[in-house]
Design a protein around this ligand. Structure first.
Ligand code: ATR
Length: 282
């Protein structure tokens, strides 16, 4: 649908932003629900980020997604921040109220859990230990989401142990334990979910070197990497018969709350949407 002069405006702010699949994803929903709206890629350098955020209400935007490298900076620039985003230390969704106030939230953990439920509807955070591999921004959101959802044990393992320790300290949940990188194959024993939050397995990067011999047959294996759609880790898990949750599913689900608040329609994640976003550039 071609936007009119009263189209609702939203977008994604990043640097660079050309790799982002969000315009394709939100564009699909705008079309699907015949909404008078626009969702734009907004390439903004770090030094201009604050100016760009302040301009959004002036330009009439309803809100934006925030992506790399601005997610942490956004925490300090929004007028209000929900407690969840404050804990995670990163904002990926901003909603702009009628008075121009910016509210920051973080939907990455929500997207992760919703996607997990799609691949294994009966999975519950309290079912057994979770293993989180990596200690970057995505790991932080996922650890917090699982802890809040009722995990009693989260085993965190990162190549650089210090970074995992810093993450655990910042989040401050009793259920998180830190493990050495060389023990990663052993600690997946007994786990109900294993998630890769590192860049390993991404196109152009080496695969995550993780032996799955000790993995329970019903444990869910999740990856935040979505290019390729099926990482070597997910392929190995699928070959053993384990349920898997891919990074594209997480990306699609984390987008739902933002779309709903800007365009006032609750969007659905469907197979057609997945295929459309997967087929696009980025
Ligand atoms: P983000 O914040 O977007 O999640 P990041 O901070 O760059 O991204 O985190 C990347 C993750 O991939 C980190 O956990 C990193 O481990 P280190 O903390 O040791 O750097 C992990 N990673 C990247 N390359 C890796 C490699 N070759 N082997 C193991 N882990 C790797």
């Amino acid at each position: 649908m071609i936007p009119t002069g009263s189209a609702r405006l939203a977008g994604v702010v990043g640097w660079p932003v050309s790799h982002s699949r969000s315009p394709r994803l939100h564009g699909y929903w705008l079309d699907r629900y015949r909404i008078d709206g626009l969702y734009m890629p907004l390439a903004v350098a770090p030094r201009d980020f604050e100016t760009a955020l302040r301009a959004l209400p002036v330009l009439g935007f309803k809100g934006v997604n925030v992506t790399v490298p601005h997610k942490e900076q956004a925490c300090h620039l929004v007028d209000r921040i929900d407690p969840w985003a404050r804990r995670v230390g990163a904002v990926n969704t901003i909603t702009i109220a009628a008075d121009g106030a910016l509210t920051g939230s973080n939907t990455d953990g929500y997207g992760f859990l919703e996607n997990l439920k799609t691949s294994r509807p009966d999975w519950r955070a309290g079912d057994g230990p979770a293993v989180v591999i990596g200690a970057g921004g995505a790991a932080r959101a996922i650890v917090a989401a699982m802890a809040e959802a009722g995990s009693t044990e989260i085993r965190l393992v990162n190549r650089t142990r210090k970074r995992a320790e810093a993450l655990a300290l910042a989040l401050n949940y009793d259920c998180v334990s830190i493990h050495d990188w060389k023990t990663r194959a052993a600690i997946i024993g007994g786990a109900s979910v294993v998630v890769n939050t590192t860049v390993l397995g991404m196109t152009g990067k080496p695969p995550l070197d993780l032996a799955l011999d000790d993995l329970k047959p019903d444990a869910v294996v999740a990856d935040i990497v979505y290019a390729p759609l099926e990482t070597p880790l997910l392929a190995a898990a699928r070959a053993r018969g384990n349920p898997v949750a891919d990074g594209l599913g997480m990306l699609l689900h984390q987008a739902r709350p933002g779309f709903k608040s800007w365009f006032r329609v609750e969007p659905e994640v469907t197979t057609q949407l997945r295929d459309f976003v997967a087929a696009g550039p980025g």
